[in-house]
Design a protein around this ligand. Structure first.
Ligand SMILES: CC(C)(COP(=O)(O)OP(=O)(O)OC[C@H]1O[C@@H](n2cnc3c(N)ncnc32)[C@H](O)[C@@H]1OP(=O)(O)O)[C@@H](O)C(=O)NCCC(=O)NCCS
Length: 193
């Protein structure tokens, strides 16, 4: 299924706890230790993440508020100190919040710093785009990326997304950095319009 050696699965409700722990770790890396700023929030409440994610995952695709998530895991044998695999990356597709927007889906993803550069990000996007193309109700994939996140922008462009707008000074980070936010989209089929 993937071009990375790391296992990728489609998330189910039994993964909620592992997923939320990963999200807390991952967001804390934004703008630190060599990572560019990549998220407007860097602290989230783990219980809130679990509650809101469960609601999205339990909503059937193409109903208002639906969400689907792919997870990247460590191998069981990666560290003797870890008795079981843990989630180190994710990609979320979130459907429209009103019925009139259900032909669009918003994509977000993140890989924990230690595991970047192993093909997981590309594999996640390819899996999500294949799933989206197979769903005729979907016409566009939207995403937002910070201007300084050149690596993510290059990956999105390689996979067919194009930049359509920039929101200047969209976010002001805790270290004073002013961030421009770029909107990108991918048309899933030629008949999108
Ligand atoms: C952007 C991100 C998702 C990419 O995931 P990844 O698993 O590191 O990426 P991959 O290993 O699949 O590599 C993707 C491409 O980046 C290139 N790449 C790898 N390491 C790189 C590096 N250090 N610098 C620049 N490009 C690099 C690869 O060559 C690859 O291109 P290719 O597939 O054409 O060979 C990941 O870096 C990340 O999570 N960053 C922090 C969170 C983030 O930015 N999320 C997106 C917010 S919009």
């Amino acid at each position: 299924m993937t071009g990375t050696e790391l296992p990728i699965t489609v998330a189910g409700t039994s993964d909620l706890s592992d997923f939320a722990s990963h999200v807390v770790r991952h967001l804390a890396e934004s703008g630190t230790s060599g990572s560019p700023h990549f998220s407007p929030v860097w602290e989230v409440d783990r219980a809130d993440v679990m509650r809101e994610t469960e609601r999205r995952w339990l909503t059937p695709p193409h109903h208002v508020g639906w969400g689907r998530t792919w997870l990247v895991w460590t191998h069981r044998w990666m560290s003797p100190a870890e008795p079981r695999p843990r989630v180190i990356g994710h990609l979320e597709l979130r459907g429209g919040l009103v019925a009139s927007a259900l032909h669009r889906v918003e994509l977000s993803l993140g890989i924990e710093a230690e595991f970047r550069g192993r093909g997981a990000g590309r594999s996640l996007i390819e899996a999500a785009l294949a799933w989206s193309r197979a769903n005729e109700a979907l016409a566009y994939v939207d995403l937002r990326v910070f201007a300084e996140n050149t690596r993510a922008r290059a990956l999105y462009e390689k996979l067919g997304f194009r930049e359509i707008a920039t929101i200047r000074d969209a976010f002001r980070m805790r270290d004073g950095t002013r961030v421009d936010d770029i909107l990108m989209l991918l048309e899933l089929r030629e008949t999108a319009r």
